[in-house]
Design a protein around this ligand. Sequence first.
Ligand code: C2E
Ligand code: MG
Ligand code: MG
Ligand code: MG
Length: 288
Amino acid sequence: NEAKRSGRSTVRVFDAGMDEGHRVRRDIEAGLNQAIVRDELSLAFQPIVGRGSLEIVGFEALVRWTTPDRGAISPGIFVPLAEESHLIHELGDWILDHALAELRHWPGQYVSVNFSPIQFRRSHFVASIMDRVRRAGAEPQRVQIEITETAIFDDAEHAAQTLCELRKLGFRIALDDFGTGYSSLYNIRKFALDCLKIDRSFIDGMGRERESAAIVHSIIHLGRALGLGVIAEGVETESQAQALRVAGASHLQGYLFSKPVPAAEARALAERKFMSLSGEHRAPPSLV
Ligand code: C2E
Ligand code: MG
Ligand code: MG
Ligand code: MG
């Protein structure tokens, strides 16, 4: 009958979709394997600015992969694929080395590097980072390590120890995508952190949903009560920036100030030291 037939054809279409998805995925995995030797990776850098002065205090390094046949592939797609294999370690090492190499071109800003939970949980994580930092001639004080809640809450004991060691060496620690994981607020205080990064989804919802605004306020309140910095990420509008200032976020990051930019552009921004707002948001020129 009709229902059964259409049901079957739906299944068939779905299966074909899965096959195609599978093929694309295998392609990407195979390509990722070669991405480093083929020189297809790069880093983009997005400024993190002081809430009021718009001073650029650091840059988040974000990995980019451009393939000859598929163009740019989002890290939201290939980082999870790399995490399913050993590739994440090779990729992570490449990212760290290239992020550290940029530091000497900036007058004083830190670089904020994302680490996968898999990297974080690997034995000798601390020694391996420190080794790369030393070889780059960098100071741990200018390196911020971004990890997510998932990385630390699965094995809280071990994570607390690792963070403590990193902190003693002088690294800055940021808890990324804060609010999206399942961390207990009570546990946060056990970890040696420097700042919380409020997930973009809450900033995005701030002007529309009371819930998002309430969550943003709670995170800022919590961060301040614990003596942590609070970075709001994904700030796109002046009204979001204003609401975040009023709420007490210490730092802002987002398209309002700058998209992630290539290394050469980041160097120019770093030299300038302060962001200005583009277009209608630009401050009037000083008359003095
Ligand atoms: P994330 O670490 O939370 O990075 C923030 C993401 O938000 C970045 O996306 C950034 O480009 C984007 N973003 C920043 N400001 C705005 C804004 O105002 N509006 C909008 N719509 N988006 C904004 P991206 O670069 O695509 O990275 C996505 C995720 O992929 C990252 O989330 C991170 O989890 C992962 N990732 C990116 N680079 C790396 C890396 O080098 N290592 C690792 N392990 N993961 C990375
Ligand atoms: Mg991040
Ligand atoms: Mg984030
Ligand atoms: Mg994210």
